[in-house]
Design a protein around this ligand. Structure first.
Ligand code: DOR
Ligand code: ZN
Ligand code: ZN
Length: 432
């Protein structure tokens, strides 16, 4: 199949590095077939899957099992994150990195409920034997040491649990208003965790990535640390870039996400951080729930926004509006992301047998985001009804056309991508 690219912009295939496909374990919410198809239809050619399915990817055997299962349903290429719990799976982290996990995720502040195998923030009255406790600072430091020694990338959901739940001023009460949501997960919880992470990164040399950054101050800490030579970066997500607390009136509980979407100043700081490289990469944090769950109020609705199919159109719209140069779009949605997660060996070279993942964009074509037309399992979006300009009209995956005009033209050909370090090790083994 040929594509006439006249008048189009040619981008490296876009990468979404932050997707929770809930597969296996919570496939009533989403599954890998749907999330990767939705990604494909939007112009994404590589998706990096978060490790907290049920069970989570916390050792090498689970990694390989999950990779094999996902290769049967993937519409785009994919990498897998590994999960660190702290002390309890410290010895499994080198194996995850050797297998080619793109990064290791620490849900800092969360415990694992061993009975449901789900992450929980508030352990309530669970007996100590029922949970893997949230890691203390010493555990977290050891995670930095182990991953740092291997040259791996550690990323974390950055929230200081003690600030949220501990001490006399415990904040985590019932959420009835948007202000309760903001108070429940205060900016200080993110700021405190990010400052600690920067110092841990400094002493261990471990590369660290702050996912879904929500505060201006955390970005300042990352920026200053980088100026000091610390290998730390931040991620931005479309909902923090495009929405602020003032939008709650309009979108209601559709804006319930952790960390919460904060003020206009925080939003502006994220754009500035994209411009100066403090934000290395943009990811959707696609965190789906069922339509029934999503209909709940702030009190009952689980946190998380759908976004795997809207990240690229929303960012292209910002390009069309002049807020983001095409080079920056390529950087935060592909090049820098590929380098950060060590999958740049696939993106840097185009030659026979190597990759040609490309996405062609019509910078002038307008479309309306219609939730009901999305390809995810549940068709929900806080951006329903938004008109966006700049549309991915075709994608090539390893040189073959796989998407035209927002629909798949070939299916089920996604493959696992291991990090360059793991592939280099593989190559060395096969040569020897
Ligand atoms: O709002 C959120 N939802 N934040 C997270 O970090 C987890 C996510 C989910 O998995 O639902
Ligand atoms: Zn998170
Ligand atoms: Zn997430």
């Amino acid at each position: 199949e040929r594509v006439d690219a006249s008048g189009l912009l040619v981008f490296p295939g876009f990468i979404d590095p932050h997707v929770h496909s809930r597969d296996p374990g919570q496939t009533a919410k989403e599954d890998f077939a749907h999330s990767t198809l939705a990604a494909l239809c939007s112009g994404v050619t590589t998706l990096l899957e978060m490790p907290n399915a049920v069970p989570p990817i916390s050792d090498r055997a689970t990694f390989e099992e999950r990779a094999a299962a996902h290769e049967r349903t993937a519409s785009v290429d994919f990498g897998l994150w590994g999960q660190a719990f702290g002390a309890s799976n410290l010895d499994d982290l080198p194996g995850l990195l050797d297998a080619g996990a793109v990064a290791i995720k620490l849900f800092w502040g969360y415990a694992l409920d061993k009975r449901t195998k789900k992450l929980v923030y508030n352990t309530g009255d669970a007996a100590p034997d029922d949970i893997i406790a949230p890691p203390d600072a010493g555990d977290v430091l050891r995670v930095f040491e182990v991953i740092g020694a291997r040259g791996g990338l550690l990323a974390a959901h950055c929230e200081d649990r003690e600030i949220v739940l501990g001490g006399e001023r415990a904040i985590g009460g019932e959420i009835r208003t948007y202000q309760d949501l903001l108070d429940g997960r205060p900016a200080l919880a993110e700021i405190a965790a990010v400052s600690r992470a920067a110092e841990f990164s400094r002493v261990t040399g471990c590369r660290f990535h702050v996912v879904h950054t929500s505060t201006a101050r955390a970005l300042e800490i990352v920026r200053a640390a980088r100026a000091d030579g610390i290998p730390i970066t931040a991620e931005a997500c479309p909902h923090y870039l495009l929405l602020s607390d003032a939008d709650h009136e309009r979108y209601g509980s559709g804006m319930k996400v952790f960390p919460p979407i904060r003020g206009a100043d925080d939003q502006e700081a994220l754009w500035a951080a994209i411009a100066d490289g403090t934000v290395a990469s943009v990811g959707s944090d696609h965190a789906p729930h069922t339509l029934e769950e999503l209909e709940g109020s702030l009190a009952t609705r689980p946190a998380g926004v759908h976004g795997v199919e809207t990240m690229v159109p929303l960012m292209l719209n910002e390009m069309a509006r002049g807020r983001l140069a095409p080079e920056r779009v390529a950087a935060v949605l592909a090049e820098q992301t590929a380098r950060l997660y060590s999958i740049d060996h696939r993106k840097g070279r185009i030659a026979p047998g190597l990759d040609a993942d490309l996405t062609l964009v019509d910078p002038h074509r307008e479309r309306r985001i219609v939730a009901g037309e999305l390809h995810t399992k549940h068709k929900a979006s806080v951006y329903d009804g938004w008109t966006v300009r700049g549309t991915a009209v075709a994608s090539l995956l390893r040189g073959e056309v796989v998407m035209r005009d927002g629909e798949p033209v070939a299916q089920r050909r996604g493959r696992l991508v291991r990090t360059s370090a793991a592939e280099a090790a593989d190559a060395a083994v096969s040569v020897a």
